[in-house]
Design a protein around this ligand. Structure first.
Ligand code: EPZ
Length: 432
């Protein structure tokens, strides 16, 4: 089984190029099937979740030409089925975007219930509420969500919880509905705006994306477009924390610094120096980090997808920090893994972690519990002297392209190994 072998102790130094945002690309690719014209989508990351979504699209007759590693041309004029139930689609959460996209275009869709990282209960009631408000009937049968409508009509929809997925999904269905839709208490994440911008580039009429009220006026049809996905704020943030955790000096390039403000603010509170330019952010960490408190919140608050990374940094800082997770109810599973390295973290009530910083971690054999926690554990290993391993890296590969290669370029000693023999070789090489 593939795992990462890591020899920690090096400070990461250098520049890293950030790829396109996975969570924006998932919404944009689903939106691309809403026109019969050809769309060209660039800057998509080559990660497992994206490839699974593309495979699901192909399974219903969408033609996907991979023009290079990061670009696709999509022709959805010959969709032959509206049922997506293959096993692989259950592995990703974003399969639900195909419901909104197909419902909008064909007024019918049947998609297997979504899977995704096990980070707590991940409901879809708000997606369903939105579809119903637009006039669809929704049933769950035999593990499939079935949505069907004679006609979709614009509606006023209030989201009881701020939800990225529900906001995007309702937007997808509403752009081809008749009349006006208003989504209140909408999510404001950059990827919501990116999907709205892409839909607008195809002729949709959407106002207010990026604020908490999104207004959509339905159009009859969408047309061809060429679009480039925004940079991935979470990949960027992960490398910024890699600099902080290893007392390094890393410049993340090809980013939108505005999208990184909450991450930047926390790193500064922790004593890092930050330099921003138009499309890059440099993080320099020359001394032991300071403690701080953080609560995850919808954008522009501190992202839940950065919670494990900041917790690893705080676990090495001076003093006591409190991390409050307010989005998901099971996102501290990595704490038991981190304990193997000598960290001192107590989780109370399921959503609060009290962290007493330690001076250093010891090496350990770890297992990635989910995507972001997996990446955070790799960063912890990079800070620990000696040899560590991280298993179940399939989770990390869902959302980080060439993670170990980008880390190697910054001076990390890390390698993907497939067998005990390769691990032994890595250790022998690392020692010499
Ligand atoms: C998206 O998940 C991201 N996934 C997640 O990224 C990210 O953690 C999350 O947004 C929050 O930013 C994708 O974009 C594919 P939500 P999503 O709907 O859409 C509750 C990663 O690591 N809720 O914004 O599933 C829900 O339980 C992944 O890249 C309902 O109550 O998240 C949660 O508490 C992990 N009813 C809150 O809303 C619903 O119908 C926010 O969830 C939907 C959600």
């Amino acid at each position: 089984m593939e795992q990462y072998a890591i020899k920690g102790g090096n400070s990461l130094v250098g520049e890293v190029e950030i790829g396109g945002a996975k969570n924006a690309a998932l919404g944009v690719l689903a939106a691309a099937i809403m026109t019969d014209d050809m769309t060209v989508i660039e800057n998509i990351p080559d990660v497992r979740d994206i490839n699974v979504l593309l495979q699901a699209m192909e399974s219903i007759g969408v033609i996907v030409y991979r023009t290079d590693r990061h670009a696709v041309r999509i022709n959805a004029s010959m969709i032959s089925g509206l049922v997506i139930e293959d096993d692989y689609i259950k592995k990703i959460r974003a399969s639900y975007y195909l419901l909104g996209a197909l419902l909008g275009k064909y007024k019918h869709a049947e998609v297997a219930l979504p899977g995704g990282c096990n980070i707590g209960s991940r409901k879809i009631d708000l997606h369903i509420k939105g579809f119903k408000a637009l006039g669809a009937q929704v049933k769950i049968e035999h593990g499939l969500i079935i949505v069907d409508a004679q006609q979709l009509k614009g509606a006023h929809i209030y989201l009881d919880t701020v939800s990225v997925g529900a906001t995007i999904n309702i937007m997808l269905a509403a752009v081809l509905a008749e009349g006006k839709t208003v989504i209140e208490n909408a999510a404001k994440e950059p990827h919501v705006v990116d999907v709205a911008n892409f839909l607008s580039s195809m002729g949709a009429n959407i106002k207010g994306a990026g604020t908490d009220v999104v207004r959509i006026t339905g159009v009859k049809k969408l047309h061809a477009s060429e679009y480039s996905i925004i940079p991935d704020q979470i990949e960027a943030g992960t490398f910024m924390f890699a600099a902080a955790i290893t007392k390094g000096d890393v410049t993340v390039k090809n980013v939108i610094p505005k999208h990184l403000e909450s991450t930047t603010a926390k790193l500064m509170e922790m004593g890092c120096q930050i330099e921003e330019s138009d499309d890059a952010v440099r993080v320099v960490a020359s001394k032991r980090l300071e403690s701080t408190h953080v609560k995850t919140l919808p954008y522009p608050g501190f992202p839940t997808d950065m919670q494990p990374q900041i917790a690893v940094a705080l676990a090495l800082s001076k003093g006591i920090s409190i991390v409050t997770e307010s989005i998901f109810d099971n996102r501290f599973k990595y704490v038991d893994e981190l304990a193997k390295m000598g960290s001192n973290i107590k989780v109370e009530g399921g959503n609060t972690a009290i962290i007493e910083g330690v001076e250093s971690f010891t090496s350990a054999k770890l297992t990635a519990p989910d995507l972001r926690a997996g990446a955070a554990l790799v960063l912890a290993c990079l800070a620990a002297e000696g040899f560590s391993t991280v298993e179940d890296i399939k989770y990390i590969e869902r959302g980080y392209e060439d993670f170990e290669i980008k880390l190697q370029r910054l001076g990390a000693i890390i390698q993907k190994v497939e067998s005990e023999k390769e691990l032994t070789k890595f250790k022998l090489r690392g020692v010499s």
